[in-house]
Design a binder for this molecule. Structure first.
Ligand code: C2E
Ligand code: MG
Ligand code: MG
Length: 740
């Protein structure tokens, strides 16, 4: 049971841990995916921005070439080609554009510039320009102007009548192109270069962290950090095959550089952004994500801990219910067993298990009420609490039974201690109980076999206690010894045999005649049960009736006797014999269940015999146990017509006053009264009781009359009937029938 509980707990903890791991795993996977996605996203943004920059650049340059083409058309209009007019016009145009200078180149290589200079173009530059005479627009690579500035030149053809008559050219400084690119991106942290596919710089950047005074980006990268070599190679390779992509490089810190083909010459636009910028956005989002994940995990863990705690609390409460006796608030029996086991294992002194039972506790409950009954239970518990030594264990076991585990050095000490407890309880008179003496019945089991479970030790102590329980006057302490066990086994086998015996009709009814005291005529009989053994002998009722009373079997036996008597009476009536009333014993067990009344009535009715032919004997102890119920049952039996006999009068707790309140028809004086006949005091008592009964119209029958003297004496006192060996012993039905 305990192991099962542990397993369940372990399983739950394991499941919670697994769930936690799964949750953390899922969170990690999610955050990792998110991180990758964010990274890709940032890099894509970088390439997108780069592409946008390319667009902006191209649009601007296209606008410039378009403007130039317009100017070219304008200067071609006059019929006479006038250089002076043309340069004048160009100077006017210059004011509207951001060109550094403009000029016109004639097919003979002569060039007229807006600053008034006239130069002859030849060699490489002249070759480079030839395409324009074929109608193309050409943009030069970076070159050094006459004044040492880095410039770029745009050249467009001047057409007249389908013929290129000159080249219109305009130069811009690289700075002015650079300005176009200085559109801030990534919050002003990104910047651009324009380079040729072999890395040569077209325009550089003025951004503080950019490479300064460089002529080739590849050289700049490899010079900045040796670790950039591979990235550099990749970029070179990509640009050679005209592919757009990005690299990561180091120049102090790490940067991303994306490269996109511009579509002018072999130019590439490079967009640079520090890795930290991209990562900071990513890190920010990731930090929030991790925070969120942590919060979720913490909440999850908190919820699980909460549930585990609630569960634990519930278990503790359950344990409380299990471990605390609700009445005394002391140890429950379960707790007692647990603690006693541990104590027995750890303490090797002589130990004894003591069971204490309160005699007639039921009566206390009935006389004083259950609430007071509970108070008595708590009070006795407190007496025991004060009596035990600090390291001994005690509890109320159930109802009015207490268990203790005590230790002792000598037999004498054990006996003295237990008797002192009995005395303590007996001597205690609570004012409320007005002198009612609480009598304990105590059973002791000296622990011989420590391996034995505590319950069995208790059972042994209980066996000893049960032996003496109910001895009104005898000893109130008993020790368990093995012979008890034999008795119990014997009783157990008797119990088993009894049940079979009833089926096998081993039980028979004997009749003991009753005689009229005056006429000495047969006036009635008592039915007494006998158990016939296989060898023809009989087991007397005192051996099996007490056992049958404990297990309730007596109800069946009584019914069996009653039915038998009814049948016998019916037969006698049918046979025309003399028929006298026969009394049948009614065990006190019937008082706990009045259902028998109907059964008995039906048994008589079914055989159609006069109701006065069967009488019922009850004992006074039965009445004492439950007076109200007793009265109501007698009342109902009377209503049916049964005569009620009070059996064994004088042995129980009855008082003469009680006679007044109980509606009985016959009083059977117990044999002990009859035996007292030659004692003067006894004589007076018997005479007094008989007189009292007579005065209340109660018939008196003397039981156990054995001698002539006893008979004469009882007759003299006015007893109505005599039952005893003097006249006849109980006899089998056949013999009684003969007598009739
Ligand atoms: P009881 O009802 O008081 O029955 C009278 C007992 O006294 C009988 O004992 C009877 O044999 C005995 N007796 C009668 N005259 C004399 C005498 O002169 N001298 C002596 N020494 N004894 C005499 P028995 O049959 O052994 O029954 C004992 C008790 O067993 C009965 O006492 C009754 O309480 C119980 N009992 C017997 N049969 C039944 C039964 O069918 N149902 C129940 N519930 N109890 C029964
Ligand atoms: Mg009787
Ligand atoms: Mg009797």
């Amino acid at each position: 049971m305990k192991k099962q509980k542990l397993d369940l707990l372990a399983f739950r903890i394991l499941m919670s841990v697994l769930l936690c791991i799964a949750l953390i795993g899922a969170m990690l996977y999610y955050s990792n995916t998110l991180s990758n996605e964010l990274y890709e996203n940032s890099v894509n943004t970088l390439t997108e921005i780069s592409a946008q920059n390319v667009d902006i650049l191209k649009t601007k340059i296209d606008a410039q070439t378009d403007s130039l083409a317009e100017v070219a058309a304008r200067i071609a209009v006059p019929t006479d080609w006038d250089i002076a007019y043309t340069t004048y016009t160009l100077n006017q145009v210059m004011k509207r554009y951001t060109f550094k200078s403009m000029g016109i180149v004639l097919p003979n290589g002569e060039a007229y510039l807006t600053n008034g200079a006239q130069v002859k173009i030849s060699g490489e530059s002249w070759d480079f320009m030839q395409g324009v005479f074929d109608g193309e627009t050409i943009i030069s690579n970076r070159a050094e102007g006459l004044d040492g500035d880095s410039i770029i030149t745009v050249m467009v053809p001047v057409n007249k009548a389908g013929e290129v008559i000159a080249i219109l050219m305009a130069t811009s400084t690289t700075e002015s192109i650079q300005e176009i690119l200085d559109v801030s991106f990534f919050n002003g942290q990104g910047y651009s270069y324009i380079v040729r596919s072999d890395g040569r710089i077209i325009t550089s950047s003025t951004f503080p962290t950019s490479f300064k005074d460089i002529s080739n980006i590849f050289d700049a990268l490899t010079e900045a950090d040796a670790s950039n070599a591979a990235a550099c190679e990749q970029m070179k390779h990509d640009m050679q095959f005209r592919e757009d992509s990005y690299i990561q490089y180091k120049n102090g810190t790490n940067y991303y550089m994306s490269y996109s083909e511009i579509g002018i010459n072999d130019w590439y636009l490079l967009s640079v952004i520090p890795v930290s910028v991209i990562d900071s956005t990513r890190n920010g989002i990731m930090a929030s994500t991790y925070l969120l994940c942590s919060v979720i995990i913490i909440v999850f863990v908190l919820i699980i801990t909460y549930f585990i705690r609630v569960e634990r609390k519930k278990r503790m409460e359950l344990q409380d219910i299990l471990y605390v006796d609700p009445i005394t608030k002391g140890y429950s029996y379960q707790r007692f067993c647990k603690e006693a086991r541990e104590k027995l294992d750890s303490d090797k002194r002589n130990a004894a298990v003591v069971v204490l039972d309160i005699e007639k506790f039921k009566v206390i409950n009935e006389l004083f009420g259950y609430e007071d009954g509970d108070k008595v239970l708590v009070y006795i518990w407190s007496l025991i609490k004060n009596w035990v030594k600090p390291d001994e264990i005690y509890s109320r076991r159930n109802a009015d039974i207490y268990s203790m585990l005590i230790f002792y050095d000598s037999e004498q000490e054990l006996a003295e201690r237990v008797y002192s407890l009995a005395e303590l309880i007996q001597n205690d008179r609570l004012e409320k109980r007005k002198g009612f003496v609480i009598r304990p019945a105590i059973g002791i089991y000296r622990v011989e076999n420590r391996e034995l479970d505590v319950q069995s030790m208790q059972n042994y102590a209980s066996i000893a206690k049960n032996k003496i329980k109910g001895n009104a006057s005898g000893n109130c302490v008993a020790y368990y010894d093995d012979s008890y066990k034999e008795t119990i086994l014997e009783n157990k086998s008797l119990e088993d045999r009894m049940i079979a015996g009833l089926k096998n009709e081993e039980f028979t009814v004997f009749y003991q005649p009753k005689y009229d005291a005056v006429t000495q005529e047969l006036s009635g009989a008592e039915a007494l049960i006998r158990w016939k053994n296989a060898d023809g002998t009989y087991t007397p009722p005192y051996k099996f009736i007490p056992i049958a009373e404990k297990n309730g079997f007596v109800l069946k036996l009584d019914k069996y006797v009653f039915r038998k008597v009814c049948e016998d009476q019916k037969r006698r009536l049918e046979e025309g014999k003399k028929v006298v009333p026969v009394s049948v014993n009614l065990s006190r067990q019937h008082l706990y269940n009045s259902a028998f009344i109907e059964d008995y009535r039906k048994m008589v009715e079914a055989r159609n015999i006069p109701i006065n032919l069967v009488e019922l004997e009850v004992t006074e102890s039965a009445m004492f146990e439950n007076q109200d119920e007793f009265m109501s049952i007698i009342d109902r039996l009377h209503k049916i017509g049964f005569k009620i006999l009070m059996d064994d009068f004088g042995t129980g707790y009855s008082s003469l006053m009680m006679l007044k309140s109980i509606p009985i028809d016959v009083m059977k004086l117990d044999k002990s009264f009859v035996d007292d006949f030659n004692d003067e005091k006894g004589e007076k008592i018997i005479s007094c009781v008989t007189q009292l009964a007579k005065s209340m119209h109660i018939e008196v029958t003397a039981e156990g009359v054995e001698t002539e003297e006893q008979y004469q004496f009882m007759k003299k006192l006015g007893c109505d009937n005599i039952q005893g060996f003097y006249f006849a012993k109980p006899m089998p039905m056949e013999d009684f029938d003969k007598l009739l």
